[in-house]
Design a protein around this ligand. Structure first.
Ligand code: ATP
Ligand code: MG
Length: 326
């Protein structure tokens, strides 16, 4: 059975973009793949975090994965930092990655510009991400398009290691969904919706209540020609709302345009807001059931054990290939 894996950093509230870009695809594929999903708490440390908020978010994310449809019986669910082999493997990979290669990553370039005191971790995090992916020989990694370059780096690192030291890793591929590739910020639809951005009005959280969601979508930035048409360049706001709706309803953008034929922007926004608010509130109902039950400990213990076992075997093999150790 082929393996599929994804993870999200607990750097802020779980967003609609995370759901559409990563989780929804995992749910769709969990029947046919050996599936792994984790909370990337070590990646969150690449930018400053308040320890208490970070800690609170970790289990919330796990519960949210399950509420979004990730089935604990079909997925290995774990917390990244509970697998200490991953940072150890990452170091071995770092020594086989060129500085130039790591510093060319677009996210590193962007995020290092935002803070002059950026950490070394910001540079090396895509290498830890490579370890996250290749330790279990993942075949496919469902990610939003913003993470495509990092999955390609993981593939390059694995390929180089195999060529230099002998077959050790399977080469992973990114899996980008057809619709909703990149959900944009509602206030600035030229920018990706991101949980760590300081733009509460532009970002829909999976924890937002109905009224907040409706208010945010009503306030979404659009254009002035009052025509519902998909044109990401000239009409990024409307195109974003079309993308969100198509993705949540599993309809095509063309079908949505037909359905909304004749609507003004006000009605269209209400139509979109209803779909988004209903979807998120049904996910929240499940979320509340999950956090109030005590199933998470068991799920996380099993996930930790399985992911550590796989990583230990790969770590030992890497050390042998590299000639380190006893
Ligand atoms: P941060 O701002 O801290 O980078 P983020 O919202 O970008 O947070 P990540 O943890 O970096 O979230 O990414 C988790 C997953 O969600 C990745 O697969 C990423 O590609 C996907 N993703 C994030 N934002 C979007 C978006 N706006 N549209 C589609 N997919 C997204
Ligand atoms: Mg991101």
């Amino acid at each position: 059975m082929k393996k599929i894996l994804t993870g999200i950093k607990p750097t802020g509230d779980f967003t609609l973009g995370n759901y559409i870009g990563a989780i929804k695809q995992m749910v769709k594929m969990q029947d046919e793949y050996d599936s792994y999903i984790f909370v990337a708490d070590l990646h969150a440390l690449t930018i400053a975090q308040d320890p208490k908020s970070l800690h609170d978010r970790i289990k919330k994310f796990i519960a949210m994965y399950i509420a979004c449809g990730i089935d604990p019986n079909k997925n290995t669910i774990y917390i990244q930092s509970e697998n200490e082999y991953l940072p150890a493997m990452s170091y071995l990979l770092e020594c086989n990655t060129a500085y130039g290669e790591a510093s060319r990553m677009i996210q590193f370039k962007e995020k290092s510009k935002q803070n002059a005191n950026f950490s070394v971790g910001l540079l090396t995090y895509p290498i830890l991400m490579a370890a996250d992916i290749i330790y279990l020989d993942a075949d496919l990694v469902p990610v939003g398009i913003d993470q495509k370059q990092h999955v390609e780096l993981a593939r390059d690192i694995a390929d180089r290691f195999n060529k230099k030291y002998g077959e050790t890793f399977k080469l992973p591929e990114p899996l980008i969904s057809e619709v909703g590739v990149k959900i944009k910020d509602l206030k600035d639809p030229t920018k990706k919706m991101s949980k760590s951005d300081d733009s509460p009005q532009g970002v829909i959280s999976m924890f937002d209540d109905k009224d907040t969601i409706i208010k945010k979508i009503k306030g979404a930035t659009t254009d002035s020609d009052n025509e519902i048409r998909f044109d990401e360049e000239n009409k990024p706001g409307i195109s974003n709302l079309l993308n969100i709706t198509a993705s949540l309803t599993d309809k095509s953008v063309d079908d949505i345009i037909l359905e909304c034929n004749g609507m003004g922007y006000g009605d269209f926004k209400m139509y979109v807001a209803d779909i988004v608010a209903n979807k998120i509130s049904s996910i929240q109902e499940k979320y509340n059931e999950i956090v109030n039950s005590n199933q998470l400990e068991d799920i996380l213990n099993k996930g930790k054990e399985k992911s550590r076992e796989l990583a230990k075997a790969k770590f030992e093999l890497m050390k042998e290939r590299l000639g380190v150790g006893r």
